[in-house]
Design a protein around this ligand. Structure first.
Ligand SMILES: [Zn+2]
Length: 252
């Protein structure tokens, strides 16, 4: 028997311990009920004082009325609390959804920006106009005249690509240059391509870096198939292409 009672005691003890957190909610509800009871009790003449005093010292009739109103009020309060809770939960859910939407919008913006930057970097690349060539003549005085560019010897028909992205501002024949193309690039630099065998672009055409604009030839005043390349910063006078190309990450 003692064994059993001890067991029962332990069981009750545990049971109480489990119930405790649940009964912790009671003070709130009880307080609300008490407040309402106090309000209800205040209308009864001759009964004034604390809520505890009203609850404890009311007569049988008052007590019964108080009890009834307390039970009803408790239900109302319970409903209101649940409503308030569900509103708060809904608001929290809404806030979370909004935050998630904000995050995904920010991520989308970042992705667009990264794509734009990558596209810009691609558009702003500088590419050697011919890939396999032999450097034959540099910028400087020749026979009393200025050789205003670099000569890159390559077989006739070799592909010539645009130095970078830009707009074709000249495509045709010019004395001395033969078939010639001029491209105004995104930074204002104008590149000239002379002695071309073939021209593949038209004035006004937009080109990407390395896009084919024609082929290496021997037209105009030329002693052999080569590309005559000139660099005109801001469309002004020609500069020595080699240091300019080096500054733009290209080597001759
Ligand atoms: Zn030349």
């Amino acid at each position: 028997m003692p064994k059993r009672s001890r067991y029962a005691g332990r069981h009750r003890g545990r049971h109480r311990a489990e119930v405790k957190p649940r009964s912790a909610a009671v003070p709130g509800a009880a307080a609300a009920a008490l407040t309402l009871t106090a309000t209800g009790a205040a209308v009864i003449p001759g009964l004034a004082g604390s809520a505890t005093a009203n609850a404890n010292d009311s007569g049988p009739l008052t007590h019964a009325q108080g009890s009834d109103s307390a039970t009803g009020s408790q239900q109302v309060v319970g409903l209101r609390e649940r409503e308030a809770q569900s509103v708060m939960l809904a608001q929290a859910r809404e806030a979370r959804t909004e935050a998630a939407a904000r995050t995904s919008r920010a991520e989308a913006r970042q992705a667009i920006e990264a794509k734009r930057r990558k596209a810009l970097a691609m558009a702003h690349r500088w590419v050697m106009p011919v890939q396999d060539f032999r450097f034959t003549s540099d910028f400087g005085a020749r026979w009393g005249k200025l050789h205003a560019g670099d000569d890159l010897a390559a077989p006739i028909g070799s592909r010539i690509g645009a130095l970078s992205s830009g707009t074709v501002v000249f495509a045709g024949q010019q004395s001395g240059y033969g078939n010639k193309v001029e491209i105004r690039h995104w930074d204002g630099t104008v590149s000239w391509y002379g002695h071309m065998f073939q021209i593949d672009v038209k004035v006004g055409q937009k080109v990407d870096p390395g896009e084919k604009i024609g082929e290496v030839g021997n037209t105009g005043h030329s002693t052999g198939p080569h590309l005559h390349l000139e660099i005109h910063p801001d469309g002004g006078g020609p500069v020595d292409p080699q240091p300019w190309l080096a500054k733009h990450g290209l080597k001759i």
